[in-house]
Structure formats: C-alpha cells, structure tokens
Ligand binder design. Structure first.
Ligand SMILES: [Fe+2]
Ligand SMILES: [Fe+2]
Length: 147
C-alpha cells in the first residue's frame, strides 16, 4: 500500500485527545514514521554498507526533534492546567526518550537496517498505545484557553 493511503487509513485509528494542536502533532508523527519506513523499504535491496544513511538519519533526526517538542508542549499544558496525572505522564514520556535514544545510538554505531526497522515498529507501537491510553487520560482535563 502507498504511504499516503496507509497514512489516511492509519490516522483514522488515532484517538481524539481533546486538544486539536496535539491531535495534529500525533498525525504529523504518524506521517513521519511512515516516511522513515518508506526510506527503509527503498533501500531494502541494498546491503548495510551501500545504503544511503543520510535519508534515514534525516528522518530519525526529524522524528526526534518533533517528538521532543510535542512531549514538551503536552507537559507545559499539563503543568499550567494543574493536571493531577502529570508526574505519571511525564515519566512515560521520559521512558520513550530513553528508549528512542538507545535504539538511535545503536543505529548510529552499527548501521544495521534491522535496528531502523525496530525503531520504526517501536515508534509506531508507542504512538498508538500512548495516544490511545495515556494521552486520552488528560482529555477534558486540560485548560484549552492556554493552548
Ligand atoms: Fe501526545
Ligand atoms: Fe503524552
């Protein structure tokens, strides 16, 4: 299936967390995870040495920056809204960052396609699980006048 079709289909499964700016960020993250997958598929026929790692690295860097910005934006709004579940939610964000950086470090060090594939599966799984469970817990409890 083409990335665009895959994206259109998968984004319907993303939950509405009650803050449109965050819904948009979740869709953006989904789009870029699928883009990373596409970069990977485009080079599947190449071996690890001849693979163009520049595109993969750019994709990972974008995902890292965008993810950090999104997590921070959620945390700022949770604090400003005196959200009771903040500490627990932030801990889950921090675990994501640690795991993300661990896999990224492995990719940089060993340059193996399997690790990129693992990162893509990990991010996709995390996005759907975190947004449909943890993010949904703040729905209706954040101060939308501060967005
Ligand atoms: Fe989120
Ligand atoms: Fe979150």
């Amino acid at each position: 299936m083409r990335r665009e079709d895959l994206y259109q289909q998968a984004k319907e499964s993303l939950c509405d967390v009650g803050v449109e700016r965050f819904n948009e960020a979740h869709r953006e993250l989904l789009y870029h995870i699928l883009l990373l997958q596409e970069h990977l598929e485009a080079v599947l026929t190449l071996d690890d040495q001849t693979l163009d790692w520049k595109l993969v690295d750019q994709s990972i860097d974008f995902l890292e920056t965008y993810t950090l910005e999104h997590l921070k934006a959620e945390e700022v709004l949770m604090v400003a809204s005196h959200y009771a579940g903040y500490a627990e939610h932030k801990a889950e964000h921090e675990k994501l960052i640690v795991d993300f950086l661990e896999i990224k470090g492995r990719i940089m060090a060993s340059r193996k396609k399997e690790d990129v594939s693992e990162l893509k599966d990990f991010l996709l799984g995390w996005l759907f699980k975190h947004t449909s469970c943890t993010d949904m817990e703040y729905k209706g409890k954040l101060d939308l006048s501060l967005v």
